[in-house]
Design a protein around this ligand. Structure first.
Ligand code: NAD
Ligand code: DAU
Length: 380
């Protein structure tokens, strides 16, 4: 009979949320009652559970996000593809993890409109490959280990589609109605996760979270793009009328919610995670302008709000997202700790203080993407 140990296998841990999750996990010292890995791998070192990070390092992944863990015995990085069944199977056999936290995905809606195929490959086939390899590994465990094992599938509120201004927020009962290729590929992965619990009893838990922001977010997404453009005096391209609404959550709150789900979440359940911070895009962008003006004043220059430029909308652009997070609050006791205004200030400060990181991710491929996405967007 195979045994498992306390190790967690994280996919996509070099991306925005994954790297914040691993750093937070190590900071929290995520302690464990057991001590050693059965195969000799370091499963628990100094009371903290080891992490194996499987990441392909696509344009969105950056191993340097985890530079703080260099030399840390608890951390292992593996560059590889979640679609590679042989690799995934061998990692499960080698590290015998108790938990898989699955972040790896293609995550940018605009890119899914330009080139959807990679989204279906990674988000649907990649999740299928992980679930299937996890099922094979988990089937070989003893009863106690099988009961303790968790596969946490990290998903998005975009699977629920769009809301009108007075609609109730998305709950776990809201019907799926994905509108972009990204959202459809995530919905497909959620359905596979659900089916693996229902059919095989693999202990899967799914989380559906709203828009995250914070350190290490790739500057193709609204908040970091606007911070950097504002800093550099470039136009701030707001899609459509700027009144689309998102429910913003500071990334460390999302990571804390995932830890709560790992600790207390029930297999087969889904948990919606949100920030109770609905904001129209234009309000987010003006707030960023004001914070950058305050932190990096430009003598004699006009306020940065003047850089706001309305541009042609994203096709199929969802109007409003909002999360009803009562289930996770009531069942698991999780609530967001950070207010949007203070989280946004922390985020702006982080980008201002981490110019080297910014330069390292703004590669030629990044510049090509920015040119492609914005060049053909007519100014409104
Ligand atoms: P991201 O794009 O910043 O990072 C994705 C990571 O996955 C990168 O490190 C990339 O290298 C890796 N990756 C991509 N394809 C891979 C593959 N085939 N094999 C292995 N690794 C691969 O994404 P993010 O914003 O950190 O999102 C993480 C997860 O959270 C995603 O599943 C996303 O759908 C979900 N999510 C994101 C948000 C958000 O606001 N960013 C909100 C809710 C849910
Ligand atoms: O809701 C959760 C989702 O949030 C995650 O599942 C996705 O991975 C994540 O990328 C995010 O999706 P959005 O499409 O909401 O995020 P984005 O930052 O791309 O855009 C936020 C809003 O800002 C959206 O209404 C589009 C708008 N926008 C975006 C960009 C990049 C602009 O107005 N201008 C821009 O240049």
């Amino acid at each position: 009979m195979k045994r498992m140990n306390e190790t967690i296998l994280v996919t996509g841990g070099a991306g925005f949320i994954g790297s914040n999750f691993i750093l937070g996990w190590m900071r929290a010292g995520a302690s464990s009652p057991t001590s050693a890995g059965v195969n000799g791998a370091a499963a628990v070192v100094n009371g903290a559970v080891a992490v194996v990070n499987l990441d392909l390092l696509t344009y969105a992944g950056n191993a340097a996000n985890l530079a703080a863990l260099e030399g840390d015995e608890r951390y292992t990085f593996v560059r590889g593809d979640i679609c590679d069944a042989e690799l995934v199977g061998s990692l499960l056999r080698k590290y015998e993890p108790k938990t898989i936290v699955h972040f790896a995905a293609e995550s940018h809606v605009d890119r899914s409109i330009v080139s959807p195929e990679g989204f279906v490959r990674t988000n649907v086939m990649g999740t299928f490959t992980l679930l299937e390899q996890a099922r094979v590994y988990w089937s070989g465990l003893g009863d106690e280990d099988r009961a303790a094992f968790r596969f946490l599938h990290v998903s998005t509120d975009e699977v629920y589609g769009t809301l009108g201004p007075d609609d109730p927020a998305f709950s776990e009962e809201t019907a799926y109605a994905p509108n972009s290729p990204y959202a459809a590929s995530k919905a497909g992965s959620d359905h596979l996760a659900r089916a693996y619990f229902h059919t095989f009893k693999l202990p899967v838990v799914t989380t559906n979270c709203s828009n995250n922001y914070g350190p290490f977010q790739f500057p193709e997404k609204l908040i970091p793009l606007m911070i950097l453009n504002a800093l550099e005096g470039k136009p701030l391209p707001v899609y459509g009328d700027g009144k689309n609404v998102r429910d913003w959550l500071f990334v460390e709150d999302h990571c804390a919610a995932i830890r709560a789900v790992l600790e207390k979440g029930r297999p087969g359940e889904t948990y919606n995670i949100g920030g109770n911070s609905e904001r129209a895009n234009i309000d987010v962008v003006t707030a960023i302008c004001d914070i950058v003006d305050e932190m990096r004043p430009r003598a004699g220059a006009a306020p940065r709000r003047g850089l706001i430029t309305y541009v042609q909308d994203r096709p199929g652009h969802d109007r409003r997202y909002a999360i009803d997070a009562r289930k996770i609050a009531n069942e698991l006791g999780w609530k967001p700790a950070e207010a949007f205004e203070s989280g946004l200030r922390k985020t702006v400060r982080w980008y201002l203080e981490n110019g080297d990181w910014v330069e390292s991710v703004r590669t030629g491929a990044y510049r090509d993407w920015i040119a492609k996405n914005y060049a053909e967007r007519a100014q409104l």
